[in-house]
Write a protein that binds this ligand. Structure first.
Ligand code: SF4
Length: 383
């Protein structure tokens, strides 16, 4: 079985895909968003397709660079570049939260430069969700109010009677099943004799984020059956590596690493474990919306949560054991301070535990592949 010819996985290599086309043909709407901490279950309960904005396939940032200084994250500039080229014109709504200052800027830039382009006549509804930078009970109450207001704004803008508790509960069940399936597929990756590569796992996670979750669940079940029967992949002479850090939405990057004598046995990435380790726990004493908010706020955090590094380190250590990791590659996109700080701390902490670490900076689009390969090969020799 050749996974890269799988029709579901092909949704990972482009922005638009046939599932979105069908969704919109049925009269449904799509909401693009940046990035972690968006209550996807709420959108889906409103019959909106949440689409996490990516820059997959973009090799330059020329248009984005007009509006954003080069000292900002090249991933964000590449997404803006794509939007200015019209690639995100299919969106019906746009939702930004202040995950980081670079992506937060997209709220104004899409408003002023993308959706106000000459000849772009569509009314794209814009939403903003504010998020605390630390995890406290007061912070949760604030975030909860923000999500409740977002619910009202979605209802008003998309003229929805009410996003009922029944719809929210159904959506939670679909998303919980989705995460369970992703965890089951993850087990096939981290086991001693793996059934899929790190690049294939990334494709699965990206495709999964780009299509309606009820359909994705059927596709994931199909893939799980196929992969369970698949012959073990050959990882002889390869080192089992954990990949950590800034967003990776392109398999060219992971393939480059895997072609250098590496098996990416696991990751701590947005399109990876961070997304599926926690479920929404439906508590009967709470409203389903509060349960969604609780999971999002207290989940395995993104480095934007300033006081939660210890918990992220604990997860890293557990994952190193679970996936029999021999070395860790920490990477960050240049100017990404959030992952830069976390990676710097991880470098010292993991070295104290005598776990080999490679810490590197990169641009979103990797053009100097030879230099990167040389660094990885030198790192592997150390292990
Ligand atoms: S990679 Fe870093 S700077 Fe870029 S969007 Fe993600 S958190 Fe922000």
């Amino acid at each position: 079985m050749i996974l890269h010819e799988d029709p579901f996985l092909s949704a990972s290599s482009s922005i638009m895909n046939s599932y979105i086309e069908n969704w919109q043909k049925m009269g449904n709407k799509v909401v693009g968003y940046y990035c972690t901490y968006i209550p996807e279950e709420l959108l889906f309960a409103a019959d909106l397709l949440p689409f996490r904005i990516r820059a997959t396939g973009n090799k330059d940032t020329d248009l984005g660079d007009i509006y954003m200084v080069r000292f900002t994250c090249s991933f964000v500039r590449a997404t803006l570049d794509m939007a200015l080229k019209g690639i995100y014109d299919f969106l019906d709504g746009f939702l930004v939260c202040n995950s980081c200052d670079h992506s937060r800027r997209m709220y104004e830039l899409f408003d002023l430069k993308v959706f106000s382009r000459e000849n772009f006549r569509k009314n794209v509804h814009r939403f903003y969700l504010a998020l605390p930078h630390i995890i406290t009970d007061e912070g949760f109450e604030w975030y909860k109010r923000e999500v409740e207001e977002l619910k009202e704004e979605l209802e008003q803008n998309f003229k929805i009677n009410e996003i009922t508790n029944e719809k929210l509960t159904k959506s939670i069940e679909i998303y919980n099943e989705n995460r369970k399936l992703l965890r089951e597929l993850h087990k096939l990756r981290i086991q001693k004799n793996p059934k899929l590569t790190g690049s294939e796992a990334l494709q699965i996670n990206m495709a999964n984020s780009s299509i309606p979750k009820d359909i994705a669940n059927e596709e994931l079940k199909r893939l799980k059956t196929l992969l369970t029967k698949r012959e073990d992949i050959n990882i002889d002479n390869k080192k089992r590596i954990l990949l950590v850090g800034s967003v990776v939405d392109n398999i060219e990057f992971t393939e480059l690493i895997e072609n250098s004598g590496v098996f990416l046995a696991s990751d701590v990435l947005c399109f990876g474990t961070r997304n599926f380790v926690d479920d929404v726990k439906l508590e009967t004493s709470k409203s389903p919306l509060e349960s969604i908010t609780k999971r999002l706020y207290y989940r395995l955090s993104c480095p934007r949560m300033m006081d939660d590094h210890e918990r992220r380190l604990d997860f890293l250590k557990e994952e190193i054991k679970r996936a029999n990791i021999e070395g860790v590659i920490l990477q960050r996109i240049n100017n990404c301070d959030l992952h830069g700080c976390d990676n710097m701390l991880f470098t010292h902490e993991l070295k104290e535990l005598e776990i080999p670490v490679l810490n590197m900076d990169r641009e979103f689009y990797q053009s100097d592949t030879t230099r990167l390969q040389t660094r990885i090969e030198a790192f592997l020799e150390m292990i």
